[in-house]
Design a protein around this ligand. Structure first.
Ligand SMILES: [Zn+2]
Length: 344
């Protein structure tokens, strides 16, 4: 089955100046995908802007108007981390629309899986608030779209960005149809994502947080994917897997302290692909979240796409972390999470 790539130069127009989350990120990725020949193996999916009604599947009208008004005034800082320009409202509509387009293409079988190379990112945005570089929660909107418009009943979200996806967790906290799983550095921004946050009401148990100590490398990530993500996914039996794909857990990332390698990304993506093949006919959509070292981001997205395409040779030009620093043992943490979620 073909692998789709959502991309449009409009995503470069969200002008954040000297911010770490800037248009150069996507330019670097596109450059590497073209230069390596991966681009020509992908099926390009042209994004459309999401409608206000679609954004409102997740966000309040007040929040949507606030972003629109801020853009009309030329943009500016929304909080200490989050900045926008005059074009950002329109770009954010295309980012959410890109996720919807990718999700539709996968659900309708036009492509087997897809990667949405979009910005601004989304997983921190709550129904009422832009934060953490995010304006609208692209992946949450696409999830809600798939539940409402396509009548799916079980969607698994895997959020491997180094930050906890507080916005996505918030949106689906009481919803048993969406299993939200997140691996993230903890304690760290935005502060949420403890083991005890497991959902509420009918959604109790459908939020699985894996808060990891700084310094985790490929070994720890593979362990938590194999011992927690795989069994909870099998128990849930999703019809679709959506991935908040942040690459800021790479060792070279300037804003976090994890030590994943590009090879490690390929390995966790292989596990997710294995789950999708086993449980839902391979249907999965990746949405770009963080990742701020250009070389690490580009090589790791290429590795992700290589895995989706079934290419065997994974290039890892950056290699392993040069830091002499290891994470404390996560064995007690894995035990605690297994007990919390009744896993064998
Ligand atoms: Zn992040």
């Amino acid at each position: 089955m073909p692998v789709g790539l959502v991309y449009d130069p409009i995503y470069l127009k969200h002008d954040t100046g000297q911010h770490v989350e800037n248009a150069g990120r996507l330019e670097e990725v596109i450059f590497l995908l073209k230069q390596s020949g991966v681009m020509e193996q992908l099926t390009m999916i042209k994004p459309r802007p999401a409608s206000v009604e679609e954004i409102a599947l997740v966000h309040s009208r007040q929040h949507i108007s606030r972003i629109q008004e801020a853009a009309k005034k030329g943009g500016g800082w929304l909080d200490a981390d989050t900045v926008m320009s005059a074009e950002s409202y329109e770009v954010a509509l295309y980012a959410a629309g890109g996720l919807i387009t990718a999700t539709e293409a996968v659900i309708n079988g036009e492509v087997g899986s897809a990667f949405a190379l979009v910005r601004p990112p989304g997983h921190h945005a709550t129904p009422e608030q832009a934060m953490g570089f995010c304006l609208f929660n692209n992946l949450a909107i696409a999830t809600r779209y798939a539940l409402d418009r396509h009548k799916l009943e079980r969607i698994l979200i895997v959020d491997f960005d180094v930050h906890h996806g507080n916005g996505t967790q918030h949106v689906f906290y009481d919803n048993p149809q969406v299993l939200y799983t997140s691996t993230h550095e903890y304690p760290f921004y935005p502060g949420t994502g403890s083991v005890g946050e497991t959902g509420s009401g009918a959604g109790k148990g459908a939020t699985v947080n894996i808060p990891l100590p700084a310094g985790c490398s490929d070994t720890e990530y593979l362990l938590v994917f194999q011992q927690i993500i795989v069994p909870v996914a099998r128990r849930f039996k999703p019809q679709l897997i959506l991935v908040s794909a942040g690459y800021d857990l790479h060792w070279a990332d300037p804003i976090a302290l994890m030590q994943l390698t590009t090879t490690g990304f390929a390995q966790i993506v292989s596990i997710i692909k294995g789950l999708a093949d086993e449980l839902c006919g391979g249907k999965m959509v990746f949405s770009l979240e963080g990742g701020y070292n250009f070389a690490a981001l580009a090589t790791s997205i290429k590795a992700t796409l290589d895995v989706l395409l079934g290419n065997k040779d994974i290039e890892d030009p950056l290699g392993k972390s040069p830091r002499q620093f290891t994470a404390p043992s996560i064995t007690p943490l894995i035990k605690q999470i297994k007990e919390t979620h009744n896993l064998p």
